[in-house]
Ligand binder design. Sequence first.
Ligand SMILES: Cc1cc2nc3c(=O)[nH]c(=O)nc-3n(C[C@H](O)[C@H](O)[C@H](O)COP(=O)(O)OP(=O)(O)OC[C@H]3O[C@@H](n4cnc5c(N)ncnc54)[C@H](O)[C@@H]3O)c2cc1C
Length: 391
Amino acid sequence: MDFAFDESQRLICEMAERVARRELEPRLEAVSPDQPIQRELLLELFSAVRPMGLLAPRLPEAAGGAGLAMLDYGLMLERMPAALAISLIAHEGCIARLYAEGNPAQRERWLPPLVAGTAVGCTGSSEPAAGSDPRGVQTRLERRDGRLQLTGRKLWITNASVADLMIVTCRDLREPAADRASLTKVVVAPRGPACEVREIDTIGLRQGLLAEVMFDAHPVEPADVIESQAATEVLKATWSVNRPLIGLIAVGLAQRAFEQARTYCGLREQFGRVIAGHQLVQKTLSDIATRIEASRLLCYSALAAIDRGEGSAGRGAMAKRHAQVACQEAIWESMNLLGASGLATETGIERLYRDVRMLAIPDGTNEILALIHGRELTGVDALRGAPPRRP
Ligand SMILES: Cc1cc2nc3c(=O)[nH]c(=O)nc-3n(C[C@H](O)[C@H](O)[C@H](O)COP(=O)(O)OP(=O)(O)OC[C@H]3O[C@@H](n4cnc5c(N)ncnc54)[C@H](O)[C@@H]3O)c2cc1C
């Protein structure tokens, strides 16, 4: 077991750090920190990260993607601005699902602009009544007067307000006698007269793009229905990767807070010495660094296991939950070391706290992640309440 980066990983980290500091952050700092970014800016940011393979990291090179190891993908995301990182995960999820589930014609039509970063993708599963339990999906695909149409509401969809393409999970009611439990996916452009998009204001990641999309008999082309039997497996594989990735976004936020706090502690004087010289301040810094490092290693280990073909839902869930909780705590403690200055918006550290709070929800809330991990540890499914029979 080797805990050191190899040469290629070291270069990946340096490159991601350089692009983030020189190309991405200045562009994001030039616009309001409290408004969702415009589509033009998102496309500019996409174009800046495309050479690193961040638009289609999981797509094999033969299909035009970067074919990255998931650990390398994580090393880069850890260094990206958090709102952009969440957008990239949503975009990539759309690409990965199209590649895994789309037919050759669908792949040929949609993947090139998504991979090139000239089109923005998103995936819509959550709804007002379907959050942690995706079986509650009510959006329906129906046939009316010989035409297919989509009706329903999708909520909390990353990128939806600027997307060209959205994969919508819905109930398949195309046939009159259809099984109401059967789910399918369709690809639509989330715009037009039968579609209303509303941006949602949130506590953190305020430059991010979170929206509600309402479809009212939105037309769907028959060729845009994804007729895949592998939907559940694809979804599970996507979540297993996304969870440690989101954990690493939390690590990136906490690392920035820690660095700001450490610098401050070396400058601020109270009781005749820099506060870094007080024993409890040193202990707090040690606690913060420990929380960050433990989170980082859990997420790296979950991604490395996926690269070895040994990833599991429990491992990814454990990594994300630990990282989100520990990094939120680390940022809180960092803010505290700045005293009242930690509360002032001008120091920027409170923003990191609001941002990390957002990460407790997507791709599994902390409670759901504990149950996913618990299911793997015990073999008993507390979520669905049906323990497997004893052999
Ligand atoms: C930043 C962000 C980005 C997102 N991006 C997308 C996206 O691109 N596409 C998309 O489809 N969705 C997206 N979502 C939605 C996200 O997936 C859901 O919000 C999430 O699944 C939780 O659903 P919910 O908000 O309806 O909460 P609920 O499921 O209603 O949960 C409410 C509370 O009840 C708890 N709870 C629920 N069930 C149980 C249980 N069995 N045991 C114990 N506790 C339980 C939860 O942990 C939570 O605390 C995003 C959300 C956020 C915040």
